[in-house]
Design a protein around this ligand. Structure first.
Ligand code: SAM
Length: 281
C-alpha cells in the first residue's frame, strides 16, 4: 500500500510527495508537527499540514534569507531570528565568524526538539555558543526588547495560526525600533502566483513599506513551495540591496553555497512584471 503526503496549494491544486515512513506526528499547544521520510525529498517537516522544509531543497530558502543581507552588510554582528524552529537559518548564520550573537525566538519548543532529534542536517548548529534560544511569541519579544540588532530575519510560518501576529503593523514597527540605524530586515514573504498567498504578500509589503525607507522583494525557486516561485522581503533603514552589495567582501568569507552567489543576488531582485505590478498596487 502506497503512502503519500499531500498539501492543498489551493482548493484546486494538490501537491503530493510519496512517503516511505511517517516518522513522527505530535501536537503541541500551537500546531500539529509531522516529519516524514520520502524517497524524493528526504526528510520533510510539516506544520498543521503545511510543508515547511525538505532535506533536499531547504538549502535554497535558508541560503537566501541569510546570504543576501550578509552580502549587503558583511559587518553584521548581532542577529535576531524569529521563528526558524528547524534551525536551518541559524545553520547558515553560524558560518559567518563575524556574527557575535544570534537570538532565536521560536514559539514552539517541540518543533526545536523534534528537529534536533530527526533533522540534524538543519538543527545541528542550534547548540553553537553564539546562539541563545527564547521559547516565546516573537510578537511579544520585539515589543519589549531593548536590544538593537544589525539584522532581523523573520523565518515564520504563514500568516495564520501562531504566525499571524508576525504579519502585523505592530510587529513590523517594533522590528524597525529593534534594529540599529543601519539595520536590515528580511522576512519570509509568501508568494504571488496563487490568490491566497498573493493577498498575504501584498498586505505584508504595504505594512513593511510604511516603516522602512527601503522595502523590496526578492525571489527564489523552491520546488516544494506553492507554485515553486517564492518571495522574500528585504527592508532597510539605509542599504539598497543591489547597489550596496559587497561581492568581494562576501567572497572573502569563503562560504561554500549551493544556491546563493553575488550574481544570483542581483537577479533575485529582478522580479517578473506581474509581481512588480502587484507590489505597486
Ligand atoms: N524554515 C522553514 C522554511 O524553510 O520555510 C520554515 C519556517 S520555521 C519551521 C517556522 C517557525 O515559525 C515554526 O517553527 C513556528 O513554530 C514558528 N512560529 C510561528 N509563529 C511564531 C511566533 N508568533 N513567534 C515565534 N515563532 C513562531
Amino acid at each position: 500500500m502506497e503512502l503519500w503526503f499531500s498539501e492543498l496549494h489551493t482548493q484546486n491544486v494538490k501537491f503530493s510527495i510519496k512517503v516511505d515512513r511517517h516518522i513522527v506526528s505530535q501536537k503541541s499547544e500551537f500546531q500539529k508537527i509531522d516529519i516524514f521520510d520520502t524517497p524524493e525529498f528526504g526528510k520533510v517537516l510539516v506544520l498543521d499540514g503545511y510543508l515547511m522544509l525538505t532535506e533536499r531543497d531547504e538549502f535554497i530558502y535558508h541560503e537566501m534569507v541569510s546570504h543576501v543581507p550578509l552580502a549587503v552588510n558583511p559587518n553584521i554582528k548581532k542577529v535576531l531570528v524569529i521563528g526558524g524552529g528547524d534551525g536551518g537559518t541559524v545553520n547558515q548564520l553560524v558560518k559567518y565568524k563575524n556574527i557575535e550573537t544570534i537570538h532565536m525566538v521560536e514559539i514552539d519548543k517541540l518543533v526545536v526538539d523534534l528537529c534536533r532529534e530527526h533533522m540534524p542536517f538543519v538543527a545541528g548548529n542550534l547548540n553553537n555558543e553564539r546562539v541563545s534560544l527564547f521559547y516565546e511569541d516573537g510578537l511579544k519579544f520585539v515589543r519589549q526588547t531593548k536590544d538593537k540588532y544589525d539584522l532581523i530575519i523573520v523565518d515564520s510560518t504563514d500568516p495564520f495560526g501562531p504566525g499571524e501576529g508576525l504579519f502585523t503593523k505592530e510587529f513590523y514597527g517594533n522590528c524597525y525600533k529593534a534594529l540599529a540605524d543601519d539595520g536590515i530586515f528580511v522576512n519570509q514573504h509568501e508568494s504571488i502566483f496563487y490568490a491566497e498567498y498573493a493577498t498575504a504578500m501584498k498586505n505584508a509589503h504595504s505594512k513593511i513599506k510604511s516603516f522602512f525607507p527601503v522595502a523590496l522583494c526578492y525571489q527564489a525557486h523552491i520546488p516544494t513551495y506553492p507554485s515553486g516561485h517564492w518571495l522574500f522581503g528585504f527592508a532597510s533603514k539605509k542599504f539598497e540591496p543591489c547597489k550596496d552589495i559587497q561581492p568581494a567582501e562576501w567572497q572573502n568569507f569563503g562560504i561554500k553555497t549551493k544556491y546563493y552567489n553575488p550574481t544570483l543576488h542581483l537577479g533575485a531582485f529582478a522580479l517578473p512584471q506581474y509581481v512588480r505590478d502587484a507590489l505597486r498596487s
